[in-house]
Design a protein around this ligand. Structure first.
Ligand code: AP5
Length: 231
């Protein structure tokens, strides 16, 4: 299956917390060589580094609320203006509000770029809760695991760096409940926003990760996004 490259294609991964956006982004990066731009990862790095952005973001993230648009938009626009983003990006966790979507549209247009596809990773609330309660992360951000779906080779320890795996601060049950509510209130409307623009493709996020990737790969091939290395 697969192996090919994608160039100059900009993709958004849209979906509930825990839908599997980050997991698919990692597979897509490995398979096609696109740049992964995850607002969640950027904000967590800012918190770890103790930057001003991190200090601002922390109080929102710990409660499962959205970080203010201006903070997130400035991070993303800065990242997308760098040279390595010119060949195309996978945006994971951005946009999350109508305002963020409009800022992204305007910024791409100003640079004579465009959004090529929005993958809506659709999952049920039950799946979200099962995935987030079982998620374990590496403190060095090497990899994301799940206690049953994607366990590490040695229980509780990162396969790559050997550090002890952690439960993400915002994966505690009371915060997950709020994140789901915030998603339904602020982000889910973007499904219609992008459907109206003819950019939306819904994929079945309940599928096992590799099966879901195969669905996405078929879709990208049908769209003519992939330069196949094997031909
Ligand atoms: P962010 O880090 O973006 O969190 P999220 O959108 O809630 O998404 P998650 O990272 O929780 O889940 P995911 O869909 O990537 O799932 P994953 O692949 O890990 O944001 C965190 C916070 O930052 C927000 O709450 C907000 O405060 C702030 N923020 C971020 N962006 C913002 C923005 N644009 N505006 C304002 N604020 C912003 O998978 C989950 C688990 O399931 C893992 O354990 C994985 O191993 C497992 N799994 C994945 N796929 C499958 C599969 N197909 N089958 C079985 N198991 C699977």
């Amino acid at each position: 299956m697969s192996s090919g490259s994608i160039k100059n294609i900009n993709i958004v991964l849209l979906g509930a917390p825990g839908a599997g956006k980050g997991t698919q982004a990692e597979i897509l990066v490995n398979e096609y060589g696109l740049l992964h731009v995850s607002t969640g990862d950027m904000l967590r790095s800012a918190i770890k580094e103790g930057t001003e952005t991190g200090l601002k973001a922390r109080e929102y993230m710990d409660r499962g609320e959205l970080v203010p648009d201006e903070v997130v938009c400035s991070l993303v626009m800065d990242r997308m203006s760098r040279e390595d983003a010119e060949g195309g990006v996978i945006l994971d966790g951005f946009p999350r509000t109508r305002n963020q979507a409009e800022v992204l549209d305007a910024s791409l247009k100003a640079e004579e770029r465009k959004l090529d596809k929005v993958l809506y990773v659709a999952v049920s609330d039950d799946v979200v809760i099962e995935r987030l309660s079982g998620r374990r992360v590496c403190p060095n951000n090497c990899k994301v695991y799940h206690v049953t779906n994607m366990p590490p080779e040695k229980e509780g320890v990162c396969d790559v760096c050997g550090e002890k795996l952690l439960l993400r601060e915002d994966d505690k049950p009371e915060t997950v409940k709020n994140r789901l509510e915030v998603y339904k209130k602020s982000t889910r409307d973007l499904v219609d926003y992008y459907r109206d623009k003819g950019l939306l493709a819904e994929v079945n996020g309940d599928l096992e990760a590799r099966k879901l990737f195969e669905e996405i790969d078929a879709l990208f091939r049908a769209e003519g996004f992939i330069d196949d290395d094997t031909q």
